[in-house]
Design a protein around this ligand. Sequence first.
Ligand SMILES: [Zn+2]
Length: 219
Amino acid sequence: MSLKLKRQEIVNTGRKLLSEGLVTRSWGNISIRVDDNNMLITPSGRTYDDLQEEEIVLMNYHTLTYDGKIKPSSEYRLHAEIYRKRDDINAVIHTHQPNASTLAVARRQLPPVIDDMAQIIGPSVKVTKYAYSGTGKFARQAVKYLHGRQAVLLANHGAVCVGRNLEEAFVVTHILEKAAKAFIEAELIGGATHVSKISAYWMHKMYLKKYSKMNEENR
Ligand SMILES: [Zn+2]
């Protein structure tokens, strides 16, 4: 996919997140891995409704240097650390989405309460220890608790959702929000139950395998 198409994909995904209430105004950020050194990331302080392709910043995720005069999102370290540590991930969405943020504030991990959450996200969504946003510690915490999963909750802050492509990361944001809402509401009416961690682990493994096979078939 060309750089231009990747920029377009980021802009379109920003609008979809906005229309689904998963981001508001300029909060949250999106990136795509371009190659072994670079990522495209949304700029700092811009609103999603009128974001332009040329405002997306090309940044080296090893050196943290970037092209042009437009500043990348202040949370670029979070995205860079994920691309450095997770070879399997090519897209990152960071949100302050409402129900996932409630869990991040309560510092409650999300157990595998819904089948599609277990399949697509993994056996649970863990919560990091608290760190100031934008710092290296914040980024390292996120990667640590993201291990083996496609989402993590950032203590008192929000969520990070990742995928092998941007479409998959978008689906993760959606499913995370749905599962977080179901979990919170089930706790209010007597308590949530969840599938076993072992079943959830295997469901996730199977999903990753099946999906990569489907990709090969489509080539
Ligand atoms: Zn944030």
